[in-house]
Design a protein around this ligand. Structure first.
Ligand code: SF4
Length: 310
């Protein structure tokens, strides 16, 4: 279950996911997290899988995807938690290089004050950093970081990484109504982005079931305000408010594919229907997984979603 997809990604095209963290270890417990509340919150790096396990699983998934005629644009570290908690991250990227596919890492950036984390991330072709808030109270309210993390170190770490990184740097700001969508927060984040100088700044809103039921997307006005504030300081700003599509790859085993994708990426009913049609399977697969307690059905924003039970 370390490799999954390729899945459609709004930023990376067809992305084959690398899930290098067991559920759900993170330095944050974001209120909007689509994986639910953090089960194992910590800040210490450690190996979770052997290098051989990661290499073997990713290689196998790439071979199966290619055999099924699936295009792969990126190998993306986008796990069940924070990818930089994995002490083997740098070595894993070095081992995956010969596959000849660009490597991306989606991180919350909270450990970038560590030089070893910076060195690991410098190996990636594309890195996305989470910047939801740069003010103490709002940061603690939306991201709920581990108590040992310090805002100052977090911001300095991102700036020093950005200054030396030669790949493509992106940022992602998730807007939650009543938490970080006010004018003051947006202009503070924009000021920070001006110093970070990312290649692109992405704005997203909760579109999948969040960890906390009260989380709501902001009003359109706030999204427009964020767009305008960020555009003044970053050349390219994009809204990730749309649906990424239904093109989840079938690589030979419908049940295994569904479980590995939904572990990190809850799927809409429509996407599951399209996937089952591609796999030549029917809804009995889903019913069986729900009955076995491996999959859960939830509702958010008027749509049904299917997520792996962690
Ligand atoms: S959204 Fe990302 S950073 Fe936040 S708790 Fe979930 S996995 Fe961790």
């Amino acid at each position: 279950m370390i490799a999954f997809g390729p899945v459609p990604s709004r930023r990376l095209g067809r992305s084959l996911g690398v899930n290098n963290i067991p559920p759900k270890a993170c330095t944050y417990s974001c209120v909007y997290c689509q994986l639910g509340r953090t089960l194992h919150m910590h800040v210490d790096r450690q190996p979770f899988y052997t290098l051989q396990q990661v290499l073997h699983d990713v290689q196998k998934q790439v071979e199966e995807a290619r055999a099924a005629g699936e295009r792969i644009d990126f190998l993306t570290f986008v796990p069940d938690g924070e990818p930089t908690l994995d002490a083997n991250l740098g070595q894993e990227m070095a081992l995956l290089r010969p596959l000849g596919i660009p490597i991306a890492v989606i991180t919350n950036g909270s450990l970038l004050w560590r030089k070893d984390v910076q060195a690991d991330l410098r190996q990636a072709d594309w890195v996305s950093l989470k910047v939801d808030a740069v003010q103490e109270q709002t940061w603690r309210r939306i991201n709920r970081p581990n108590a040992s993390l310090r805002l100052e170190a977090f911001l300095e770490g991102m700036l020093s990484f950005a200054a030396e990184y030669a790949g493509q740097l992106a940022t992602e700001t998730m807007l939650v109504a009543g938490v970080n969508d006010d004018e003051a927060n947006l202009s503070q984040v924009a000021e920070f982005l001006a110093r970070l100088r990312p290649h692109a700044a992405y704005i997203s809103i909760p579109i999948r079931p969040p960890a906390e039921r009260w989380v709501r997307p902001p009003a359109e006005q706030a999204i427009t305000r964020a767009y305008a504030a960020f555009e003044e300081v970053v050349g390219r700003v994009e809204l990730l408010t749309g649906y990424e599509g239904d093109a989840f790859a079938f690589t030979g085993n419908a049940q295994a594919d569904l479980l590995s994708i939904t572990a990190v990426h809850p799927m809409r009913e429509r996407a599951v229907t399209a996937f089952l049609a591609r796999a030549g399977a029917d809804w009995s697969v889903i019913q069986r997984l729900i009955a076995q307690g491996q999959l859960v059905e939830t509702e958010y924003g008027g749509s049904k979603f299917y997520a792996r039970r962690l």
